[in-house]
Ligand binder design. Structure first.
Ligand code: ADP
Ligand code: ZN
Length: 625
């Protein structure tokens, strides 16, 4: 038995049952197992957990003691620890959800050297009692490694700043002999520098993976009737599948869950204003049941490792590209086809700008936030490959991907120079005429020559720009406005009722020094439907079949039987089904139809512990299906 092997590769095979490392995993695992410090940047679903779990097992087997995993994800620790138990790895957590007795029990195990991984929240680590325990472990040489998960939480430039993370620099000062690995899926340069500085990781080796998630299809559509667009997207492409829908406000989250449920799409809300118990319950149901849609604020999702989330939808504009990428990254962790779908409109842009302007933050900070929002707007208005732009934002170069809306259906562009000048001169004239600025709606009315009450009240029908934009429709004009805002030629003044004023490149555009090409706004109010490049019908079933694709009728029967059996086990253990076995593993069993434990052992995802615990059952269920 290789149970005592401390080589990372045999741990990968024996404990996890995986035949090989992915991407940079091997280099990282070797470096950290050998005592090196590391900063790991990998996209969501890239396989970060193995990067600290394997060194933790290796170092424990070498007699070096426990790995402390720092994580802000209290609500997920139970499942994370359960997943390690299923693999036969001794693990526990310490957090505020436990009784004193439970915490004592964990501390005893820690002291007896029985744990390979201990999960704890940063606020726990900063307590004198806990530090004293670490001191004692360290004095005996039984502190093997610090793993700092979600490391971007230390940075205020990241999107999940947690002040408690700042104190973690102390781990290095106090236990300089213990190696550290910090991991994050947030990677823009500013945040990265900040993580290194704040956690004192200057000496750590950096491992930066490609951030591409090729199986995710990016689609950004113009918002017309957001709810209906969403409904159509789900019904047409993801019926019966798990997904997350992000909205900005708690109220909207709740209303949407109710509305979707009424449309026969099972949905649950999640936001930080809900009672903790209910939040946990909804999260658990999302992880444990199949085909639930979670409507949520950004409070939901960090650390959610459900592999078969088939879509992430945004009904409101995120704050920046990091947030967008992080949120969309929760789709398709199993590598199967998944959608990142967003509906956005002019009002989103105005809202986000206002939120930044009205926030109590320092000016320097607001400036950075505005820049980040602009980058997202530029992405949204882009007519070329979304992935190329996303990856460029993270410092990566790529060619057109063939798996985003713009690649699949290149949007038409038009020379909008003239239209842009009309808008800008209208904004200018109105300001000049009335001495005050006006909002987007009023500017559009003037351009299009509408004699509204407000127009007559201010005498704006007499302006030379009144009616000069009658040639274009409302949708197109809104598109021009959005793109001018994205370009920085128009600014929204939140302190003056979201009025528009000229800025940045406006002057050059007005003078005719710049030519602007813009994507043609969609005229059809129908949902953001795009045709499938694969020749599929675009129906959910075509995509759902991922794991079932290669299975014949017998195989499909075995697969269904195995899934039903797995659901039972998961319920008994109070864990999500994918923690017992992932779909890919069950599908491989159904396909190969192994007849004995030896044959079963070669299926990916079938580690030694799982083989011993479930092997006979799996063979029996598969054979009798
Ligand atoms: P991250 O934490 O980076 O978001 P995870 O660690 O949860 O990603 O890994 C994502 C998925 O990939 C998990 O289902 C995990 O079991 C799987 N995985 C990771 N590494 C490997 C590997 N070397 N071989 C097969 N599957 C892997
Ligand atoms: Zn593309």
């Amino acid at each position: 038995m290789s149970d005592t092997s401390d080589s990372p590769f045999s741990i990968l095979q024996d404990v996890f049952g995986y035949p090989q490392f992915r991407g940079l995993q091997q280099e990282i695992v070797d470096h950290v197992s050998g005592g090196g410090d590391a900063l790991v940047l990998m996209p969501t679903g890239g396989g970060k957990s193995l990067c600290y779990q394997i060194p933790a097992i290796a170092r424990q087997r070498r007699g070096m003691g426990v790995t402390l995993v720092v994580s802000p994800l209290i609500a997920l620790m139970h499942d994370q620890v359960g997943a390690l138990h299923e693999l036969g790895v001794e693990a526990a957590f310490l957090n505020s959800s436990q009784t004193l007795d439970e915490a004592r029990e964990v501390e005893n195990k820690l002291w007896r050297g029985e744990l390979t991984c201990l999960y704890a929240a940063p606020e726990r680590i900063n307590t004198p009692r806990f530090l004293e325990q670490l001191d004692r472990l360290n004095a005996r040489g039984k502190l093997a490694l610090f793993a700092i998960d979600e490391a971007h939480c230390v940075s205020q430039w990241g999107h999940d700043f947690r002040p408690e993370y700042r104190a973690l620099a102390m781990l290095h000062e106090r236990y300089g002999n213990v190696p550290r690995i910090a991991l994050t899926a947030t990677a823009d340069a500013l945040t990265r520098e900040d993580i290194i500085e704040r956690l004192k990781l200057q000496e750590a080796r950096q491992f930066i993976s490609s951030f591409d998630r090729p199986n995710i299809r990016y689609r950004l559509v113009e918002k017309t009737d957001a709810k209906k667009q969403l409904l159509r997207f789900i019904q047409d492409e993801h019926e019966g599948e798990a997904g997350i829908v992000y909205c900005q406000s708690r109220k909207k989250v709740e209303e949407l869950a109710e509305w979707l449920s009424a449309q026969d799409i099972p949905a649950l809300p999640y936001h930080a204003g809900m009672p903790a118990a209910q939040r946990q319950q909804h999260q658990d149901r999302f992880l444990r049941e199949e085909g639930l849609v979670m409507t949520a604020t950004i409070a939901f999702g960090m650390g959610i490792d459900k592999p078969d989330v088939r879509f992430v939808a945004h009904l409101d504009l995120p704050k920046n590209i990091e947030g967008y990428y992080q949120e969309t990254g929760r789709a398709g962790r199993d590598g199967g086809a998944a959608d990142a779908w967003m509906a956005y409109g002019l009002s989103d842009v105005v809202n986000q700008r206002r939120m930044i302007d009205e926030s109590p933050a320092a000016d320097e900070y607001k400036q950075v936030m505005r820049g980040k929002l602009d980058a997202l707007l530029t992405l949204a208005e882009a007519a070329d490959c979304r992935r190329v732009r996303l990856l460029a934002y993270f410092g990566e170069q790529a060619g057109p991907c063939g798996n985003c809306d713009n690649c699949l259906q290149p949007p038409a562009t038009w020379d909008a120079t003239d239209a842009a000048r009309k808008v800008l001169s209208c904004v200018y004239r109105v300001q000049q005429h009335s001495g005050i600025s006006f909002g987007a709606g009023h500017i559009l009315d003037i351009l299009r020559g509408k004699t509204t009450d407000k127009v007559t009240q201010f005498g704006h029908e007499n302006l030379s720009t009144f009616g000069i934009g009658a040639d274009l429709g409302e949708v197109q004009w809104r598109g021009v406005l959005r793109q001018l805002i994205a370009l920085g030629a128009l600014e929204i003044d939140a302190e003056a009722f979201n009025t528009l004023r000229l800025a940045g490149p406006a002057r050059a555009i007005l003078k005719g020094e710049e030519t602007l090409f813009m994507r043609v706004s969609e005229k059809a109010p129908a949902g953001g439907r795009t045709r499938r490049s694969t020749g599929g019908t675009g129906s959910g079933t075509a995509r759902k079949a991922d794991h079932e694709a290669g299975l014949d009728a017998d195989g499909l029967r075995r697969y269904q039987a195995l899934k039903a059996w797995r659901a039972e086990v998961a319920r008994e253990h109070n864990l999500p089904a994918y923690v017992i076995f992932q779909n890919a593993t069950l599908a491989a069993v159904a396909q190969d139809d192994p007849r004995d434990l030896d044959a079963l052992a070669s299926i990916p995802g079938m580690g030694e512990k799982k083989l011993a615990a479930y092997g006979d059952e799996v063979l029996r269920v598969s054979a009798s299906a």
